[in-house]
Design a protein around this ligand. Structure first.
Ligand SMILES: [Zn+2]
Length: 259
C-alpha cells in the first residue's frame, strides 16, 4: 500500500495486511535499493512478500531489514528475509544481543497467555549491522538518521528521513498518533527514560509520523510528537497506545482473525 513517493505499508495488523500479531512494516524504495522497516512476528512474512510484489517490487531486492526495537512482533520475520533473500539485518547495539539470543520479555508473557499458535517456534536472528545514536543508513538515494530514544525499551530507535522536502519519522513503539506513547508493564519500559529522551524528538518539524502500530499521518506529525512531550512533562501518566489496543492480544480476537 503506497503512502508516499518512496514509502509503502506492506505488513500490519491494524490495516489488515498481515498476521494479527504483526506491527506496521514499511517498505522504503531507494531506487537501486529496498529496505524494510520492521518485519513483523514471523507468521505474516508470506503476506508481507505478497504486498511487496503487489506494489511492484521483488522481495529479493530488499537489501536491509531495519528493526526499530527488539520486540518479537517487530523482528521475528527478519530471519526469513535474511535466509530467503540475503537481506542484512540492522538493529541497535542494545537490541542485537536480544535478536541473537531470543531474549524478549514479551515472549514469555505471550507464551504464558497462550497468544501464539501451538506450532509457532520463534528463531533467533543473526545481526549484520548494529545501529548507534546518530548513525546514518543509506538505502539507494534515501538516507535514514537514527535517533536513540529510550522509554518503550532501552534499545528503541526512531529513524528520520527526508523525502520531496517533507520529513518522515519511523517512530517504532515510541510515539503514536495523538501523542500516545508505548507505555507497557514490562521489563525495559521506563518513564524516566521517556521523560529524558522524548526531547530528542522536539523541533524536528516532522510531517509524516509512521509508528509501529495503528494510524500513520502524512502531515502535521510533529504536533502528535509535541503532545507526547507535553504529557510527559506533566503530573498525570501519559496515555499509552497499548491501553486502548490491548484487545490485539486477546485470545478470542486472535482466534477470530486466524479463522
Ligand atoms: Zn514494542
Amino acid at each position: 500500500m503506497r503512502i508516499t513517493t518512496h514509502i509503502y505499508v506492506v505488513g500490519s495488523e491494524q490495516f489488515g495486511l498481515s498476521h494479527p500479531l504483526d506491527c506496521n512494516c514499511y517498505l522504503i524504495d531507494g531506487g537501486t535499493d529496498l529496505a524494510l522497516i520492521d518485519a513483523g512476528l514471523g507468521l505474516g512474512v508470506e503476506d508481507i512478500c505478497a504486498h511487496v510484489r503487489r506494489d511492484g517490487f521483488d522481495p529479493a531486492r530488499i537489501s536491509k531489514v531495519i528493526i526499530t526495537h527488539a520486540h518479537l512482533g517487530h523482528w521475528g520475520g527478519a530471519p526469513h528475509f535474511r535466509d530467503m533473500y540475503g537481506a542484512k539485518v540492522w538493529v541497535s547495539t542494545l537490541g542485537a544481543e536480544r535478536l541473537r539470543t531470543l531474549n524478549d520479555p514479551g515472549l514469555g508473557m505471550n507464551r504464558r497467555f497462550n497468544r501464539y499458535p501451538q506450532d509457532f517456534i520463534p528463531r533467533p536472528c543473526p545481526v549484520d549491522g548494529e545501529i548507534r545514536d546518530g548513525d546514518r543508513l543509506v538505502i539507494g538515494a534515501i538516507e535514514l538518521q537514527a535517533i536513540h530514544v529510550q522509554g518503550h525499551t532501552k534499545d528503541s530507535i526512531c529513524f528520520l528521513m527526508s523525502e520531496d522536502g517533507n520529513r518522515a519519522l519511523f517512530s517504532g513503539d515510541t510515539v503514536f498518533y495523538g501523542g500516545r506513547i508505548g507505555l507497557l508493564n514490562m521489563e525495559g519500559c521506563d518513564l524516566d527514560d521517556y521523560r529524558r529522551d522524548i526531547h530528542k524528538l522536539a523541533d524536528l518539524s516532522i510531517d509524516m509520523l509512521l509508528p509501529g502500530h495503528g494510524v500513520f499521518v502524512l502531515s502535521r506529525g510533529q504536533k502528535h510528537i509535541n503532545r507526547a512531550i507535553r504529557k510527559l512533562s506533566d503530573f498525570v501518566l501519559p496515555e499509552s497506545f497499548f491501553e486502548m489496543n490491548e484487545f490485539m492480544w486477546d485470545r478470542e480476537y486472535l482466534q477470530i482473525l486466524n479463522q
